[in-house]
Structures are given as C-alpha cells and as structure tokens.
Design a binder for this molecule. Structure first.
Ligand SMILES: [Zn+2]
Length: 598
C-alpha cells in the first residue's frame, strides 16, 4: 500500500496505527500474556517483575499501571528503541506494508533529526564496510583461521574499515549524507588537534543492531596481534548506550524466549562461534560489565543464564560482577567450568554443540561457583573460612526477589560447606521496594467477569460502582444501551469521570454508529484515557443467553440510577404539586421495572 502523494502526515500516522498489530509489535520486545481481552507483560520502562504493562489492542494503546508509561504503538517503539518519532513511525510502518514517503524525514519538524541521521550513517557505513571486507583477503583469511564461515560472516554483516577515510567520505557525499551524521554516529572521531579520523580504521567491524533492526553502533577488532586496544566500540550517543546494548540479541531473541535461557559470552567472536555451532540463544555484552539494564532486558525472556566466560582471572571476575544484576532480577545462573587453557571460542570449535551443551549441563550453580571460588574443599577449610564463604553467598542471596528461592540456595550452600543446620538462621529478609498491596478492586457484580483490571489498582467510591458498570455495558452493547438510556440524563451521574467518558462514548456512537475503542481513546484527554483503561473490557458475548442476562443487568443498573435521581429530587422538592408528580414518576418507574408497561 502506498499512500497517495497528497496524503498528509497525519493520515499516514493514522494509517500506520490502524494497520499495526500492537500486540505483535510490543510482543517482539517482551513476552505478553493474554488476560481477557487485553495483554499483560512486564513493563520495560521501570524495574519490575510483575506484569503491570497492559496492552489493549481494541484501543491500540499500552499502559503501565505501575510507572504510567503509555501511548500508542509508535510511542512504544520510540521510547523503547530511543528513536525519533519519524524513525519509530518508519519502523512500525515497515511491519504494516505502508510506505512512509522519504520527504517526511526532512519536512517534519523542519530538519532531519540527529538520531535519524546517525542511523542513516550507520547503515551507510555498514554497507560500505561489508563491501570492503570482500576486497581485503587478509581479513577473510583471519576469519577463516578463526573458523568463521562466509554464511555467518554475512548473517552478522561483518565488515572491514580501511585506514583511510576517503572511500567512506566519498560514499557519504554521493548519498548526500552530511559529514556531521558520521560524527554523530561516532564513526568519525576527532583528535585533540582537530584532525578527523576513522574510529574503526584498520579493524574488523561488527555492526550492532537494536530490536527493530536498526544498526545503532559498531564494535571493531584490531587485526594486528600487537594492536591496542583490542576492541573499540561506538561512543555513547542517543542511539548507543553500552549499558543497554546486547550484541546479537536481535538474532537470539526468539531462541532465548523459546529456551527461557540465555547464554552470556564476553566477546563477539565467542558469540559467532556459538551461533555457527547451532547454539543461538546467546548474546555478548560489548565493552562493559553486565548491568541491571541488560538483565532487565534479558530477564523478560530468560529465566536462566549460562555465564560462558573465560576461565582465567578476568573471566571469573566478570562472572562475579554479573551475578548481582542477574540474581536481583531473579534469574537462575549456571557457570560452566572450562578445562584450563581453553577459552569459550576454542572449546566450541573443538567440541561442537554437543560438547558445549554437556559442559553447560555440568556447570556450577551459585553454591558450586562460590565453593569453587574459595579454592578449597570444605573439609580443608577453617571455620572462619567457611563463615566467610557463607556470608559472601548470603549477601548475594539477599538480592533474590523470592524468599523461597533464597532459602533454597542458602540451604544448598550450607550443606555444600558442611555447616551444621543449627549454626545458621534463615530469617526472612524484609523486602525493600516491594509494592504495597493496594485495596482490592471490587469484583464485578452479578455475572460480570470483573469491572476493573486488577493490576490497575483502580477503585472508585462504592456508590459509583453501578455507574462504572453502566459504562462497561455501554461499551460492550452500545446499541441496546443507548436505547435504554434514551430518557436518562447522563449529567445526573455522580462520578464525573464516568460522566465524561459516557459523554464521549455516546457522542462517538451518535456520529459513527459504533463505539470503536481506538477512536474513543484517541479523543480522550489523558486522565480519561487512563480511567478507561482501568475498566475491564467486556467483549459482547456470542452466547445469546449471556448477552440477554447482561442486557437485563443493564436495565437494572439504569433503573437503579434513575431511581436514585428521582429520590434525590424528591427529597429536595418543596413544591407540593411537583412533589406529587415526582412520586408518580417513582411509582411508574417501579411498575415499569417490574415488567409492566407504562
Ligand atoms: Zn512501567
């Protein structure tokens, strides 16, 4: 589908949103579980393990009940990937088959945004580097010696950056890409003397992708055995945050999700070797220690992590540093023990997938790792040494979010250290930062599956509950409901939020003949939209009996509300004639509700 040339920007945005499957797209970034008519997942915008992220396809929006993050599908991609609006729009559009005309990148906002330019620069450079590698036999030789086959090389778009900048600059010029874009992307560095240089010059280059398929940065490995530093990475930028970047995650995501397990490696080459051996649920942390942000991203897909690091001192240190963020996120860990003199890469090449998986299966758990680190059999440890190992383990285990898991690990460690059971106590740790249990939302009355989304923590005053139930029914049965409401004055409702929501909903119904939640939510100011999200979505039941009973309930609710209004007026009325008229109306209403005709 190509929008006609006079389509306005707004039309295109509307079209993209209309056609995008918000559940599928957000589901790319985090697992979503269906809960009634909506989907729940762990919010990526705050640290949490509970599923407070709520995706409502009927409205085309997501909302986190804990941190408040919310918006439409474009906003999600924009915030998650840290893209400009136009780039996020393009990323979403690409999945719907709608083309976003090139000019929007220039016309919107009066100039191409910096991140967009940097992305264009990365793409251009990656293409250029991968052409150059074909012309650099010594680089291809090097890869062959490292056992990387051409298929893997192409899959990961490995490239070579020549020392000289000229070729890249000419390419940029011919594509009308400004020089600043290359600087913004960190491809061009500037020396203190003001001289420009190619940051990855003379290096084997590994493009790094985000989850929406954009190249956000590069890692470059020197090919000179004496070259220093061995690796350079793109500098921090709005696109590239090394504390969040996981190399290979875009390729590994599905395999990680499927296995519920991630293999963490230190180097790009380790990852390529694993991939080539057929172990595809691996990511590499590039140029930094594993952070809580990394684990927060991974923890949505993986329950377990295998820390496949070098067996040397530096590798052991990296394992130790990684434990804290993993355990704090509730991720179970396993540390394979490499034979001495081996690193992951050499081990994979010599033993293949089967040998690697065997090594993983026999890896240490947390207690095993701690014991191995102690470097002594428990029988040979002094009580003081045992105490110190136990304390170190207990301190790490304090981080575990589950009390049950924590106690289990403490017990394992105690037994491994051969400490007698009476010598340690397992008092539960007071949990910090745990959300308080809010008041429980009322269960939906009389056969309704639930009035409010439990996670929303939303609860109006008790008297207002029939009004909210009315809203819920109006949204599910607009035709029948509006008929029933014909003689009811919405302004008489007591809860102003319900009043406003019904006002908007009924106006939409009058205009379009239906109440489409996407459209309704777009018309609402934010506070109303949030309130609407808290209302459990009642899908019109296919079951006629169920529908009939719900419509009966609708009648009862309207009756209750009408009666309330009359009684309120009655008690305020001082004029006798009008008082009697109101009393007549009460009688009539009662009669009608009992099945009689007026
Ligand atoms: Zn959140």
């Amino acid at each position: 589908m190509t929008p006609s040339s006079d389509s306005t920007f707004r039309d295109i945005i509307a079209q993209v949103k209309e056609n995008a499957d918000i559940v599928a797209i957000i589901g790319q970034y985090l697992p979503l579980k269906k809960a009634g008519s909506r989907w729940l997942g762990v919010c990526p915008f705050h640290h949490d393990r509970r599923p407070s992220m709520n995706v409502t396809p009927q409205m085309g929006i997501y909302k986190c009940f804990a941190c408040g993050a919310g918006g439409d599908v474009i906003r999600f991609v924009q915030d998650y990937e840290k893209l400009s609006f136009v780039d996020a729009l393009r990323a979403v559009a690409a999945r719907t088959g709608i083309q976003v005309p090139e000019k929007f990148s220039v016309s919107e906002g009066g100039g191409r945004e910096k991140t967009e330019l940097a992305l264009a620069a990365n793409q251009l450079a990656a293409a250029y580097y991968s052409e150059q590698i074909e012309k650099a036999p010594f680089v291809l030789d090097y890869l062959e010696k490292r056992g990387i086959n051409p298929e893997t090389r192409r899959q990961f778009q490995l490239g070579f950056a020549p020392d000289s900048l000229d070729g890249l600059l000419r390419r940029a010029e011919s594509r009308k890409l400004p020089l600043e874009a290359l600087s913004e992307a960190g491809i061009l560095g500037v020396t203190e003397g003001g001289r420009r240089y190619e940051r990855f010059g003379g290096r084997l280059v590994f493009p790094i992708w985000n989850l929406s398929g954009h190249i956000i940065g590069f890692g470059g490995r020197t090919l000179d055995p004496q070259g220093q530093p061995k690796y350079v990475n793109s500098p921090e930028s709005p696109l590239y945050h090394k504390s969040r970047v996981l190399y290979g995650f875009n390729f590994a995501r599905n395999a990680i999700d499927k296995a519920q397990e991630v293999v963490l490696v230190e180097g790009y080459m380790d990852l390529l070797s694993l991939w080539q051996a057929g172990i595809k649920n691996a990511v590499a942390v590039s140029g930094t220690a594993l952070t809580r942000d990394h684990v927060h991203i991974l923890g949505r897909f993986a329950k377990r992590a295998v820390l496949f690091f070098d067996g040397d001192g530096a590798g052991r240190k990296a394992v130790k540093r990684s434990l804290e963020p993993l355990l704090a996120q509730g991720v179970e860990i396993r540390v394979p023990v490499l034979p001495s003199q081996e690193d992951p890469d050499s081990f994979i090449r010599q033993n293949g997938a089967e040998g690697v998986l065997q090594l993983f299966a026999g890896g240490d758990d947390l207690a095993g790792f701690l014991l191995r680190e102690a470097g002594k059999e428990p029988e040979k440890m002094s009580p003081e040494e045992k105490d110190s190992v136990f304390k170190e383990g207990a301190a790490l285990m304090q981080l575990m979010p589950s009390e049950v898991v924590r106690q289990g690990h403490l017990e394992t460690l105690r037994k491994a250290l051969k400490i007698s059971a009476g010598a340690v106590s397992y008092a539960p740790v007071p949990q910090k930062g745990k959300p308080k249990q809010g008041p429980q939302p009322p269960a939906g009355g009389g056969g309704l599956p639930g009035l409010f989304v439990p996670e929303s923590g939303f609860r109006p005053r008790d008297e207002a509950i029939p009004e909210w139930q009315l809203l819920q029914l109006v949204l599910a049965y607009p035709g029948a409901a509006s008929e029933r409401l014909e003689h009811f004055d919405i302004d008489e409702l007591q809860d102003p939020v319900v009043r406003d929501l019904l006002d908007h909903a009924l106006a939409l119904l009058a205009e379009t003949g239906e109440i489409r939640l996407t459209e309704l939510s777009e018309r609402l100011p934010e506070n109303l939209r949030d309130a609407l999200l808290a209302v459990e979505n009642l899908e019109a039941a296919a079951d006629t009996e169920k529908s009939a009973s719900r419509l009966k309930m609708l009648g009862d609710i309207v009756y209750t509300l009408e009666m309330r209004v009359l009684k309120r007026r009655l008690s305020a009325e001082t004029d006798l004639a009008r008082h009697m008229e109101l009393q007549r109306q009460v009688k009539e209403l009662t009669h009608r509700n009992q099945g009689g005709t007026p």
